[in-house]
Design a protein around this ligand. Sequence first.
Ligand SMILES: Nc1nc2c(c(=O)[nH]1)N[C@H]1C(S)=C(S)[C@@H](COP(=O)(O)OP(=O)(O)OC[C@H]3O[C@@H](n4cnc5c(=O)[nH]c(N)nc54)[C@H](O)[C@@H]3O)O[C@H]1N2
Ligand SMILES: Nc1nc2c(c(=O)[nH]1)N[C@H]1C(S)=C(S)[C@@H](COP(=O)(O)OP(=O)(O)OC[C@H]3O[C@@H](n4cnc5c(=O)[nH]c(N)nc54)[C@H](O)[C@@H]3O)O[C@H]1N2
Ligand code: SF4
Ligand code: SF4
Ligand code: FES
Ligand SMILES: [Mo]
Length: 889
Amino acid sequence: MAKIVVDGVDFSVAEGTLLLKALEAAGHAVPHLCHDDRLKPHGGCRLCLVEVAGDRRPVASCNTVVCDGMVVQTQTPLLQTLRATNLSLLAARYPADALTAEPQHPFHQLLAGCPTDSPAVRRAVGFHDESHPYIGTSLDRCIQCERCVRICDEVQGQFVWASWQRGEQTHIAPNHGSTLLEAGCVACGACVDTCPTGALFDKRSQTAVENWTRSTCVYCGVGCQMEVGTANGQVVQIKPAASPVNRGHLCVKGRYAYEFGTADDRISEPMLRRDGTWQPVSWDEAFDFIASRLAAIRQQYGADAIGVLGSARATNEENYLAQKFARVVLGTNNIDCCARVCHTPSAKALKLMLGTGAATNAFDDIEHTQLLMLSGCNPTENHPVVGARIKQAVRRGAKLIVIDPRRTELAAMADLHLAVRPGHNVELYNAMAATVVEEGLLDADFIANRVDGLAEFSQFVRDYAPEAVAASCGVPAGLIRSAARLYAGAKPAMCFHGLGLTEHVQGTEGVMAQINLALLTGNLGKRGAGINPLRGQNNVQGSAQMGCDPATLTGAQSFVEAGAHFKSLWGASLPASHGLDLLSMLDAARAGRFKALWAVGYDIYPTLAHVAETAQALAALELVIVQDLFLTETAKAFGTVFLPAASVFERDGTFMNSDRRVQRVRQAIKPPGNAQPDWWIIQTLAQRMGHQTGFDFDGPEAIWNEVRQLWPAGAGLSYARLEHESLNWPCPDEAHPGTPVLHIDRFASGPRATLACLPFTPSPEQPSQDYPFVLVTGRTLYHFNAGTLSYRTPNARLRPSDTLDMSPQDARRLLLNDGEPVRIRSRYGEAVLPLRISPTIKPGELFATFHRPDLWVNRLTSSYRDNRVNSPEYKRTAVTVEPVFGGGN
Ligand SMILES: Nc1nc2c(c(=O)[nH]1)N[C@H]1C(S)=C(S)[C@@H](COP(=O)(O)OP(=O)(O)OC[C@H]3O[C@@H](n4cnc5c(=O)[nH]c(N)nc54)[C@H](O)[C@@H]3O)O[C@H]1N2
Ligand SMILES: Nc1nc2c(c(=O)[nH]1)N[C@H]1C(S)=C(S)[C@@H](COP(=O)(O)OP(=O)(O)OC[C@H]3O[C@@H](n4cnc5c(=O)[nH]c(N)nc54)[C@H](O)[C@@H]3O)O[C@H]1N2
Ligand code: SF4
Ligand code: SF4
Ligand code: FES
Ligand SMILES: [Mo]
């Protein structure tokens, strides 16, 4: 601690604190304009000046670090004169009307407290952009604090803004291009958020906010914390909140894509389909109908003819109730969620080899690592706040390896980019492991203390020397060796991965092969290391963790280890049969053995692979219950009952993010019409079906407390703690600080882990003369999965359509033009998309997004699945492409 004296009073603050912050903490805050906690000290506006004993001239407190014995004056006459002069210089030529129209901006508040001369001439404006859907510019208010320039560089890493010219003519404008979007803006809103004058503003937030509610983003698994601004019962603005996850930053979806809740086609009444048309009914009628149909189906076909899908978009509490409903009320383990189609392979691989099926390290480790290896993930688009943190780590000197068939934004920045052929991950990792073994790059101590199976593994990987597999996996042998050396040589080195590893026939094995590399090089159980799946939706980690998985109970506990505890707490027997996963439920439906499905917040029809097969299965069902905000494609085509759910803004609970944090979701507004929170819907139906006890919670906190009783690693995560702490599980009791790094001294499965020998067998899905291209499907920044939420916001303007990305070479060869609609055909179906010619794609490969259900990209994908956990092979389909004569469909 450093002792300082401020205006004659003694204070103690932590050594190294910025003087500006120390003064704030001491209750002697000084005015400031160009400072932002998220940015490096700048010292430009000279408003935060203070006098420090021993210094001849006043210093900028935002640019000075406290040291022991410092004696500081904050209010001398000299300082007051200097501040007033500096403020009036900034106010010169400032539009006076702005002060009265929008008094809330920090600069306007400073001017109100400090009389300045009234401005005579308006400032010249260098740049004006009307075209952006979210960001407005009034640069006559720009006071050159450069906060926008700095935050775009230092936090988002996009380098959109620049300060142009000198002196009187100085102005802020994009680095290049005539609009923000042309300059590469990704609409994160950080520049708007930091601007102290309103020179940059949120176009859609013109209503004054009445209330701010802290909550968690509804989109991806990063789990950003946000302040939800409401007025007149509606969300009118969203701002980033400070938290260890997002550190006061958001991406375009979290910050701006919130208007789905008030979309015209939001459904807020329960509905039954009668004679082919949807008719609104009361909750009573809907529940009575479902209860009697479920009872009849169970009577006729048995409980295992029914299945429930939890929702990765709903809370932990709701998913917990969904699986309890399946197991206790229906009596079946047929319960799953969309983790099945993305990271169940990761969870399986991690559980099998290390004992805990979740990311090993926290996002904070990005700032503590020497090297990042990203495999089959595209964080700047899909986990953008993490993507931005990775970019900054690389700017600060961390090494970067990217393994991805495409040259993604981060691949273009990487030290090494390994453009592996889609589906050849196991082969490539085996070759990297072979290099590590052959060249003696192992961490011998770590292996001696914690790893088994080296002899057998060394023998096994001999067949995978880089020179032997280079041609097959598409990466030159020299590059494979360089990557192995770089990864093994950097201590610590951290892996992130995505669906490019998991959505393959060898998905689980791809993750296992990556874990081998971490075991060989000692990159587990320490800060800045580990194996980290970037989980998909806001609560996909939680949905599966709560037990929406046929094979595991809440807390990913097995029936053997935890079954007795559940039976006694639930006062019920557990279903005896093995549950079906989602894909097996649909297989059983096609075989006539499965009859009813309740899909909570999951639109399976357009998002599962091989739409034609999904349709056959859904058509064979007698009862399809859809619980959602909108009439999804599944509901439109096959729904029997629709139950209207409350949105993320309309209820309480918790989500679990990608780095194992449980975070609060708080109700900010009321649901529309008769829409209800998912937990209420599930609980009320359970009661209707005769289960009063066990489903009589008075709200999400009570449900969560039952979860804490059943899941030892979550027992310490009380709502009271979550109010002010950000904790990673395991957190077994209320005094426990949480566990950001797993497997520190021993693995969850025991003291030692075993290397896995994983022979590579290629996917049966192979290109041929008729289907010469390999199509990869995936995501883009502006839209989210089935597009259900994001296409109901102005993000639709930022990216109106899915595209088929093709290399310039192939486009030239096939005489196809950019933007032209093309027909893509696979062995399973066809789709029409506009072509986008992109140098990020290799010849012979293609990439398409799948966000617009009406374009049906999944008509193309096959029914091949991961050989261990059944995840569809979305990332590899043989197709052919041809022009669509006479335009698109
Ligand atoms: N903006 C946005 N964000 C999202 C989503 C969204 O739809 N939009 N969805 C959320 C969900 S549910 C999920 S699960 C996550 C997914 O996030 P990611 O895992 O990042 O998702 P994808 O874009 O599907 O695939 C990632 C990358 O895998 C590469 N790839 C394909 N095949 C291979 C291969 O064989 N090997 C390797 N090494 N790479 C390969 C692709 O080129 C692609 O760049 O994103 C979440 N975040
Ligand atoms: N070709 C191809 N297909 C893919 C993939 C791929 O990479 N390629 N990826 C796959 C992956 S990883 C995933 S996760 C799936 C995603 O597929 P989905 O899970 O269907 O996609 P989401 O858009 O996340 O939508 C879930 C639904 O939740 C609803 N919802 C939102 N909030 C709530 C709520 O609070 N309560 C309720 N009840 N509902 C709510 C939304 O309206 C939406 O209908 O797609 C898969 N499909
Ligand atoms: S919105 Fe984000 S990316 Fe766009 S200019 Fe502002 S800070 Fe940069
Ligand atoms: S990075 Fe993910 S959690 Fe954060 S604001 Fe964007 S979509 Fe939301
Ligand atoms: S806030 Fe310190 S110089 Fe601007
Ligand atoms: Mo996902």
